[in-house]
Design a protein around this ligand. Structure first.
Ligand code: CP
Length: 314
């Protein structure tokens, strides 16, 4: 594996899942794998889990890591080609990515959607430009469209907690006061389909996702019907894809409640975090035995370590 920016970068999913299992059992088995190597994690947006879990994963492999909050102390980068750079962006990604690639063996980058221009966001320009110019492996720490480290984590967590061979997995939209990107939802569906899961998507009308991510997914606007018999409820908010970036006046009753969880097959509750309690999910659900959000977050280290180990050994 050269880069890790979507499920398509994974050449052998079974091998990656086996690596994750081995990493979980013996996290320090490869503590010298990356001696004398270093990674730069570039953040254009806030993070708790991605930042800390990826650093911890690197530490377990002997990979030195520097975190660079590019918006605080870095130059404002130009990502478009052919621009006359006479306004507010003093450095082009062509030089910046190439220079960082001279200093580090792996680059991770987080660049969220701006939710203003769908075409621009879905071009994933920041991560693609880094891949083009850095000359070293690039890991997505969440792009405008995908969050593959989260999705691998989610897959590992489902594999660990499933009690039947092919569980019913439901991705349910939930309300949120602010406009959020579609990345986690897109990516979760992409990974579930790529691994042949039984996946149902439920959301209010107006929150349809890009068709690219919903092929072979069962879709319903009836949240209660979707919850019936489910083994996993994964909930996430996203803003409208059609009416791009808008929070529509719909779905305020879509919070995951104990009453709705009673419709399920004693489903496990999942969320990528951070989560707004009593907006996305009721306290009584996230605090219940059915909630595995902390175990899920713990697996962020496992997923990142499996990806880094696979890249380092490639
Ligand atoms: N789930 C996730 O990516 O969390 P952070 O935004 O805190 O990194």
């Amino acid at each position: 594996m050269k880069h890790f920016t979507s499920v398509k970068d994974v050449k052998d999913m079974e091998a990656l899942l086996q690596t994750a299992k081995a990493v979980k059992q013996s996290p320090f088995a490869d503590k010298n794998l990356a001696s004398n190597k270093a990674m730069c994690l570039i953040f254009l947006n806030p993070s708790l889990r991605t930042r800390l879990s990826t650093q911890r994963a690197a530490m377990n492999l002997g990979l030195d890591t520097v975190v660079f909050d590019m918006n605080q102390g870095g130059w404002n980068l130009e990502f478009q080609d052919g621009t006359v750079m006479n306004v507010d962006k003093p450095e082009h990604v062509k030089e910046a990515a190439a220079v960082i690639g001279q200093y580090y063996d792996i680059i991770g980058i987080r660049a969220f959607a701006h939710l203003k221009n769908r075409t621009e966001d879905y071009a994933e320009l920041v991560i693609k430009q880094f891949q083009k110019y850095a000359g070293v492996p690039v890991i997505s720490l969440e792009s405008p469209v995908r969050h593959p480290l989260q999705s691998l984590t989610d897959l590992i967590t489902i594999e660990e907690h499933k009690t039947v061979e092919k569980p019913k997995i439901v991705l349910s939209w939930a309300p949120h006061p602010k406009a959020l990107p579609q990345a986690v939802a897109n990516s979760f569906l992409e990974w579930m389909i790529a691994t042949g899961q039984d996946i149902t998507l439920t959301h209010p009308k107006g929150y349809e996702l890009d068709d690219t991510f919903t092929k072979n997914v069962k879709v319903t606007n009836d949240q209660r019907a979707a919850f019936e018999g489910a083994d996993f409820i994964y909930t996430k908010n996203w803003s409208s894809y059609q009416d791009y970036g808008q929070v529509l006046e719909k779905g305020n009753d879509w919070m995951v409640s104990a009453d709705k969880m009673k419709l399920t097959n004693n489903a496990k509750f999942m969320h990528c975090l951070p989560v707004r309690r009593n907006v996305i999910v009721a306290d009584e659900v996230i605090d219940s035995e059915q909630s595995i959000v902390i175990q899920q977050a713990a697996n962020r280290v496992v997923a990142a370590q499996a990806v880094l180990k696979t890249i380092l050994e490639s």
